[in-house]
Design a protein around this ligand. Sequence first.
Ligand code: FMN
Length: 372
Amino acid sequence: MRPMLTSRDFLLGSFSSNCSSGMTVTKVEERWKNSWENNLKLAQLFDAAGIDFMLPIARWIGYGGETNFHGGVLETMTWAAGLLASTKNLSVFATLHTVANHPVVAAKQMATIDHISGGRAGLNIVAGWNRPEYEALGLQLPDDHETRYGYAQEWFDIVQKLWATDGSFDWNGDYFTLKGIAGDPRPVSGRPPIINAAGSPQGRAFAVRNADFLFTPAIDLGRSRDEVAALKGQAEAVGRQVEVLTFSHVCCRPSEKEAREFHDWYASEQADWEAVDNLVNLQFANAQSFPHDLLALIRDRMAAGHGGFPLIGTPAQVAEGILSLHAAGFRGTTLSFLDYVEEFPYFRDEVLPILEEKGIRTPKGAAAVAAE
Ligand SMILES: Cc1cc2nc3c(=O)[nH]c(=O)nc-3n(C[C@H](O)[C@H](O)[C@H](O)COP(=O)(O)O)c2cc1C
């Protein structure tokens, strides 16, 4: 139970397979199709290979450009329910915007998918940043981070209290007044794993107080090393343990030349630059998740993998990149591929064995069963 919290391996998962084009802002026909069938195939491939988790992006409107990047999105709670019912070992997260989801409903939905899966559900909490999305939903995005995270804190306090309390209670807070609420059933055991991806100081403080995993971009590993150490120190200072996850984009081929040529084609020559610029501008206007002084580098990485750490090259080079994330102190990384289902099997067959040989993962899933 709670494999995300008990595993000793360097954690591997996927990010954004529920969204059209996944993480790659490209016009090529080979880009990811986020159909239910493809998501189910990916979950079952992951489950059999011993991959740890899947994390979705919650998104309500696309980023425009020729492809309207992320215009098509499977809703994350129902997506997670379906995947959890169809797998045995994989953890699956739902991603919720606090303002768009009532905490009593969210607590119950999470408890339900936790029961469906025997304790493999997780929650990614988003306090809000994307103003046009809030306008689309008729919701107010507070200008200041204090209010965004103040609201998120009260929201999550209610969720946690529902998860931990037998019987009913009233709630009288700044944002919610609730009468006689109860959370039955509670999650299967203890609290499901919590992810938060804040970048601002207020958001980081929220993550340190509440999350099991803080999710942050790895743009420069020198900076990442300091950032991870600082976050862990900040958590320890308030008596908590927080691990740090990041996200990566994989293009793996038998030769480096092949990998680079293929990557340059879809992620540069054929990038949907209009959508990339919309994405970058929105990030820089409303969020503090990416370092603002590295704009040029970030623009290229946004096209390739939504700002993810590049893992491009041979299986040995991709494994080396993952080992460098491990050495920087990250607890794990998500992986994205141009087409996840098409490209993951090569990663599974060629890269996972190197990570096992290097001792950052243990053989699991079908490979371990076959070896017994
Ligand atoms: C890895 C990662 C995953 C995120 N997932 C989502 C998401 O699914 N939906 C969303 O609206 N925002 C998402 N965000 C945005 C964050 O939740 C957060 O709002 C943003 O990083 C701004 O941080 P700040 O509020 O501290 O400035 C994500 C950010 C990162 C870095």
